[in-house]
Design a protein around this ligand. Structure first.
Ligand SMILES: NC(=O)C1=CN([C@@H]2O[C@H](COP(=O)(O)OP(=O)(O)OC[C@H]3O[C@@H](n4cnc5c(N)ncnc54)[C@H](OP(=O)(O)O)[C@@H]3O)[C@@H](O)[C@H]2O)C=CC1
Ligand SMILES: O=C(O)C(=O)Cc1c[nH]c2ccccc12
Length: 324
């Protein structure tokens, strides 16, 4: 028996591979559906940033008529087909509370809160298995930084995983905090919906296009990472020029080296950079604190915002329950 924690793409892929080999497995999922980040906590305009040939799960390609960069709903449809084709049956509303390894029995002991019960009685289940697969992801829980004054901020603030689109922000002054892929795309979306948009960029970041990444991934099959980085950075520089004059500094290490060593992805520009260059989206440095509804930045500027979107990333929850 294999217990897989998490029914995101990685957990589903693991279950599919085991099912093909007739190896019994149980997928435990905290939410009431698989791929919950995709289904419930991602913005409307989300598309895969990598070309479809780099994103399919084992043993099933995307359909030939799927676009190169599959949109969110196309990806969810693909997962729906995947789950039914491989007969994957996750157990939903199962929150893994603790996992210990019983070295005498040579088995994992998995304590789970079963939240499917309707009469408000939460049941505890214990699973034992020889093998455990942690597939609960890096993006399990959205994080909002502890900013002085945020408690008393009178505007609305959300994490990026609650952002769907900018409809209700039209005409509002909105600050996006964080310039990863979520923040950069949400800033662009807000601008498209007519919000007066600013974005906090506090550290250096690489900006590439999806075509540059596709080319780099093909080059990686033939060239070392260092060479791919030099070429990719040169092409990015040719396209975008010196972005530091707009408040976006470039890291000293290359984008694929950073991906490999830190897991951080470069930002894939979906149109945000041209809006930053034209001044339609404003770049601000780190936040110092919030005072009387105004955000104070590290350069001393104070600006009032109607709403703040914290695109400040996620943390894995595995250390809360996996007791090694
Ligand atoms: N289409 C796609 O394929 C997409 C993929 N993704 C991926 O999903 C994952 C999660 O992405 P995302 O949600 O963007 O999270 P990330 O962790 O990638 O980015 C978080 C950003 O927030 C910044 N940040 C954190 N705390 C603060 C703070 N206190 N003040 C200012 N800035 C702060 C970080 O900058 P700093 O370096 O300063 O800490 C970083 O730029 C990534 O792997 C991303 O690439 C996301 C969106 C779309
Ligand atoms: O999921 C992400 O982090 C992406 O934005 C896509 C991505 C995955 N691996 C990469 C390597 C280089 C550039 C983008 C990505």
């Amino acid at each position: 028996m294999v217990v897989i924690v998490g029914a995101g793409p990685a957990g589903l892929a693991t279950s599919a591979c085991l099912n093909r080999l007739s190896i019994p497995n149980i997928v435990l999922e905290r939410e009431d559906c698989y791929a919950s980040l995709w289904k419930k906590r991602s913005y409307d305009r989300l598309k895969l940033h990598l070309a479809k040939q780099f994103c399919h799960l084992p043993y099933m390609d995307f359909p030939p008529n799927a676009p190169t960069y599959v949109p969110k709903n196309g990806f969810i449809d693909y997962l729906d087909n995947y789950v039914s084709h491989f007969g994957i049956t996750p157990r939903y509303l199962r929150s893994v509370e603790s996992v210990i390894y019983d070295s005498d029995a040579e088995k994992w002991q998995i304590v789970v809160k079963n939240m499917t019960t309707t009469d408000n009685v939460i049941e505890t289940e214990v699973y034992t298995s020889r093998f455990l697969v942690v597939a609960s992801g890096e993006n399990s829980q959205g994080t909002i930084p502890d900013i002085d004054g945020l408690d008393s901020y009178g505007g609305e603030y959300i994490h990026s995983n609650q952002y769907e689109n900018g409809r209700k922000f039209r005409g509002k002054d909105v600050l996006v905090v964080g310039c990863g892929n979520s923040g950069m795309e949400i800033a662009y979306d807000l601008w498209n919906w007519g919000a007066n948009t600013s974005i906090v960029v506090r550290n250096p970041v690489h900006v590439l296009t999806k075509e540059m990444v596709k080319m780099a991934m093909i080059m990686s099959q033939y060239l070392p990472c260092k060479a791919v980085d030099i070429i990719t950075v040169a092409i990015s520089r040719l396209k975008y020029g010196k972005l530091s004059k707009y408040g976006i500094r470039m890291p000293t290490k290359g984008p694929f080296h950073l991906k490999e060593t830190t897991g951080r992805s470069p930002v894939i520009d979906v149109g945000t950079i041209s809006k930053i260059k034209s001044g339609e989206i404003k770049v601000l440095p780190g936040m110092e604190c919030i005072k009387d509804n105004e955000v104070v930045f590290t350069n001393g500027a104070t600006v009032q915002f109607d709403a703040i979107v914290f695109a400040t990333g996620y943390k894995s929850t595995v250390r809360n329950w996996l007791k090694l």
